[in-house]
Design a protein around this ligand. Structure first.
Ligand SMILES: Nc1nc2c(ncn2[C@@H]2O[C@H](COP(=O)(O)OP(=O)(O)OP(=O)(O)O)[C@@H](O)[C@H]2O)c(=O)[nH]1
Ligand SMILES: [Mg+2]
Length: 360
């Protein structure tokens, strides 16, 4: 019997090409996963970003604090050292609207092997800008005090929120840094962190990180969102440079595509971030626009909604990070990791969640 075997190059070429591609892909995949995985990924990342993952990060803790809060800040720093910084020695930058007393400096300077520096804020960073009518501000404080909102009648709280929103990252003591971790007095760091958090941020392209989120007292921000909308309308050239809404955290801050603000925000008493985010021309223009509307003083806009709204518009989703592995307490609000393996390194209980805002 005669079997005809004919080779038709026209019909066979696509099949051969297909087979060749499959084999090539399999070889590449196996090389990627089994040969020298982390090496290849690191080399690739370094090629992409120009960053060697082992390079040191210019980062610091930034602490706005009063002399009277010495004991509270000692407690926070001792825990920070114990759980994280004794291994990494990132410096601490203390800032104050007043001169730090010798007692404060003596009481803090040896809490870490790391460098401790102390700075004072100038009048531009802490104080009324010329465009604020201080009698209107005083009147609105008085009115708000009736609403039982925390710090409704406090002038210094408003200076603090404006400073944290628009100035801390411009203090000359922070000029040499790229990343910061904000720390407050009387907070707890409750889990052992055994990796370099700042390298994690830098090497993974993270720009903003948090542990707690909250909703805002509406009485403190009645006109904030309208001002954000006005900014978006008046500055299309800036909004154009933001990522598309679906790539950003737009949906974290608004449930109706921008009609209203849902008041969700990252709780900024804990904040790890890229200083360049706030130093950017886009953010500075946004901050100036808000500032000039007067809401930091005529209302009581917090730095938490301001940072959160800006970051949600300006960053891509993947540039955020939730540090679920960090146990953290501020006032009576606690984040304790849910993951059993992480919990072993923590001194909190996952079910010990306390949420009692009335205790304020
Ligand atoms: N130097 C200085 N620091 C301040 C002043 N007011 C607040 N701070 C600091 O700013 C940060 C935020 O202030 P807090 O009073 O804790 O504000 P908060 O976290 O919204 O309120 P609490 O829930 O009471 O903690 C803390 O690190 C304070 O130490 C002030 O008048 N001067
Ligand atoms: Mg606080």
């Amino acid at each position: 019997m005669f079997i005809k075997t004919s080779f038709n190059p026209r019909r066979s070429t696509p099949i051969l090409l297909f087979l060749f591609s499959v084999v090539l892909i399999l070889i590449l995949l196996s090389f990627y996963f089994f040969a020298v995985p982390s090496g290849i990924v690191d080399v690739w990342n370094e090629y992409k970003t120009g960053i060697n993952p082992d390079d040191p990060v210019n980062a610091c803790f930034v602490i706005l604090v009063r002399n009277s809060e010495l004991e509270g800040i000692k407690s926070s720093i001792e825990q920070m050292e114990k759980t994280f910084n004794n291994k990494y020695n990132y410096p601490y930058v203390f800032l104050n609207d007043d001169d730090f007393t010798p007692e404060f400096i003596e009481g803090t300077k040896n809490l870490s092997k790391a460098e401790m520096v102390y700075g004072k804020l100038d009048e531009q960073m802490w104080g009324y800008p010329s465009f604020i009518d201080q009698s209107v501000a005083a009147e609105s404080r008085q009115k708000m005090a009736e609403s039982k909102v925390p710090y409704a009648d406090s002038e210094s709280y408003r200076h603090m929120c404006r400073f944290q929103s628009g100035f801390f990252f411009r203090h000359p003591l922070l000029d040499k840094y790229e990343y910061y971790w904000r720390v407050e007095p009387n907070v707890d760091f409750l889990c052992e962190i055994d990796y370099d958090v700042f390298k994690f941020m830098r090497n993974n392209g993270k720009k903003y990180a948090f542990t707690l989120t909250f909703t805002e007292f509406v009485a403190t921000i009645p006109s904030l969102w309208d001002t954000v909308k006005d900014f978006r309308r008046d500055h299309p050239e800036i909004v154009k440079r933001f990522p598309p809404k679906e790539k950003s955290l737009w949906k974290f801050i608004t449930d109706d595509d921008g009609e209203t603000y849902n008041t969700c925000h990252f709780w900024t008493n804990f904040e790890i971030g890229s200083l360049d985010l706030w130093r950017s021309n886009e953010y500075l223009q946004f901050f100036n626009y808000l500032d000039e509307s007067g809401g930091f003083y005529y209302e009581r806009w917090g730095d938490a909604p301001v940072h959160s709204i800006a970051a949600a518009m300006m960053l891509r989703k993947e540039e955020f990070h939730f540090f679920h592995d960090m146990g953290y307490r501020h006032t009576s609000v606690l984040h304790c990791p849910a993951d059993e393996s992480v919990l072993q390194k923590c001194s909190c209980k996952y079910d010990s969640f306390v949420w009692d805002y009335n205790s304020k």
